[in-house]
Design a protein around this ligand. Structure first.
Ligand SMILES: O=C(CO)COP(=O)(O)O
Length: 258
C-alpha cells in the first residue's frame, strides 16, 4: 500500500485582501514552526490578488506552506478579460490550483468540458490541479451521488495521460455540506472517496489509483477532522470557512495531535 502524504489545504474563497493574507500566513507559519510537520503538507488557495504577497513571504522566509490559486483560465493568454492564465500562476510559483470548485460550476456555469480544459492548462504549466467534484443535495437524496461524482471525475480527467493523472489531487466536496455546517458523515465521505479511487483504477491502474490523494471538503472543522482523516481513502481536507481562522486551521492541520 502506497503511503500518501495528507494534503491539508485552506480555500480562502473571496476573503482576505493582500495585507490580511500576509498577516494570516505569518500566523500560520509561526504556529506551525515549533514542530516538524513534514508528515502533512499544508497549502493555502488564495485570491489572485494575494498570490504575489504570499509568494514573497513564503520565498523570503522559506516557509513550508505551499500556495495556489482558486481557478485558472483554459487559455494561455489573449483577449479574455478578467481571466488569469497558467503562465501567470506558474510565474508566481504556485504549486496548486483548484479546478471545478462547485462555486465555479454553479455561479460561472463551468461544465466538465471546461473543467477538463482547465485541468489540462494546469498541467501544461507545471501546476497541480485540485479537481473538485461532488453532488448537490437532490442528487444525494435520489441516491445518485456516487454515479454523479464519478462522472465528474471521468469528465475532468478526460484524455489525460497517466503521467499527469498520477499527481492530480481530487477533492470530494458534496455541495450540500459546503458552508452549511452540515458535514457529510465520515462513512459517507469514505464511500465516495473509495469509489473515486476505484474509478481511477478503472481509468488508469490500481497502482496509479493508490498514489492519488483524495481530499474531503465541506464544513471541516477541528472537531470533525480527525474522524474524517481516519478513513482509509481520505488523504486530506479542503477547508473553506474554518481556514480563515488561523488558530482553527492550525488545529485542523494538526489533526493527528487530537
Ligand atoms: O468549499 C469548500 C472548500 O473548497 C468547503 O467550504 P466550507 O469548509 O466552508 O464548508
Amino acid at each position: 500500500m502506497t503511503t500518501r502524504t495528507p494534503l491539508m489545504a485552506g480555500n480562502w474563497k473571496m476573503n482576505l485582501n493582500h495585507l490580511e493574507a500576509i498577516a494570516h500566513v505569518q500566523k500560520l507559519a509561526f504556529a506551525l514552526a515549533d514542530k516538524d510537520y513534514d508528515a502533512v503538507e499544508v497549502a493555502v488557495l488564495a485570491p489572485f490578488t494575494d498570490l504575489r504577497s504570499v509568494q514573497t513571504l513564503v520565498d523570503g522566509d522559506k516557509l513550508k506552506i505551499k500556495y495556489g490559486a482558486q481557478d485558472i483560465s483554459a487559455h494561455d493568454g489573449g483577449a479574455y478579460t478578467g481571466e488569469i492564465s497558467g503562465p501567470m500562476l506558474a510565474k508566481l510559483k504556485c504549486t496548486y490550483v483548484a479546478v471545478g470548485h462547485s462555486e465555479r460550476r454553479q455561479y460561472h456555469a463551468e461544465t466538465d468540458e471546461i473543467v477538463n480544459a482547465k485541468v489540462k492548462a494546469a498541467y501544461k504549466h507545471g501546476l497541480t490541479p485540485i479537481l473538485c467534484v461532488g453532488e448537490e443535495l437532490d442528487v444525494r437524496e435520489a441516491g445518485n451521488h456516487v454515479e454523479h461524482t464519478l462522472a465528474q471525475v471521468e469528465g475532468g480527467l478526460k484524455d489525460l495521460a497517466a503521467e499527469q493523472a498520477e499527481s492530480v489531487v481530487i477533492a470530494y466536496e458534496p455541495v450540500w455540506a459546503i458552508g452549511t455546517g452540515k458535514v457529510c458523515g465520515a462513512d459517507d465521505a469514505q464511500e465516495v472517496c473509495a469509489a473515486i479511487r476505484g474509478k481511477l483504477a478503472e481509468l488508469y491502474s490500481q497502482e496509479l489509483a493508490d498514489k492519488v490523494r483524495i481530499q474531503y471538503g465541506g464544513s471541516v472543522k477541528s472537531g470533525n477532522v480527525a474522524e474524517i482523516m481516519a478513513k482509509p481513502d481520505i488523504d486530506g481536507a479542503l477547508v473553506g470557512g474554518a481556514s480563515l481562522d488561523s488558530d482553527e486551521f492550525v488545529k485542523i492541520v494538526r489533526f493527528r495531535d487530537q
